[in-house]
Design a protein around this ligand. Structure first.
Ligand SMILES: Cc1cc2nc3c(=O)[nH]c(=O)nc-3n(C[C@H](O)[C@H](O)[C@H](O)COP(=O)(O)O)c2cc1C
Length: 182
């Protein structure tokens, strides 16, 4: 199983959480980590290179901080330009069929906000539905997301270290597909 981690953080040098998670992933043998904002500081995405990377891997991880209950803008642009008709979807667009897709997201706000009775009313899983619908369209298997909640409030350095290890263990578990959600 070849794993690709696409990290979408606008400034990893200023990041605490995603930088640590990214560095832990980069230590793993056989995992390709691609810092997408760093690769395209002008935000001009090399579509052919991105598609080639995706084709070469079996599990695709989209890692990002939650921004406005959604993804950072470059990830949205990446979807717009990389997941093309005839390649990712459409009658002949089968290049991603059968691959696995894992979302790994950090939220600033604590978990209790993300519930019907909480401040934000919706769970993170619900707010990730557009990515799940995209997964359905492109024929990938949508794995249960890795969600690291409340990072702006409670996370001590020790807890961050543990979270980085837990993330790697979770995201690289070959059996993760057994937890795939529908
Ligand atoms: C532009 C922006 C929008 C954000 N929107 C949300 C949000 O909708 N919900 C939330 O829980 N946190 C939100 N946050 C907090 C980030 O998710 C949080 O700072 C990030 O996960 C921390 O990771 P980092 O240390 O890698 O930057 C936002 C932060 C920024 C800068």
């Amino acid at each position: 199983m070849k794993t690709l981690v696409l990290v979408f953080h606008p400034d990893l040098t200023a990041s605490r959480i995603n930088r640590r998670l990214t560095e832990e992933m980069e230590k793993q043998v056989g995992v390709t980590v691609h810092r997408v904002y760093e690769a395209y500081s002008d935000e001009k995405i090399d579509v052919a290179a991105e598609q080639r990377l995706l084709e070469q891997h079996d599990r695709i991880i989209l890692q990002f901080p939650f921004y406005w209950y959604s993804t950072p803008s470059l990830l949205k642009k990446w979807e717009d330009v990389v997941l093309t008709y005839g390649w990712a979807f459409g009658s002949k667009g089968d290049k991603l069929h059968g691959k696995e897709l894992l979302i790994a997201v950090s939220t600033g706000a604590a978990e209790e906000n993300y519930s019907p009775d909480g401040n934000f009313k919706y769970t993170v899983q619900e707010l990730l539905r557009p990515l799940q619908a995209t997964s359905n369209l492109i024929g990938t298997r949508y794995l249960t997301p890795y969600i690291l909640n409340g990072v702006m409030q409670h996370l001590s350095d020790e807890e961050l270290e543990q979270s980085a290890k837990d993330y790697v263990t979770y995201a690289l578990n070959p059996e993760l597909a057994l937890l795939a959600v529908r």
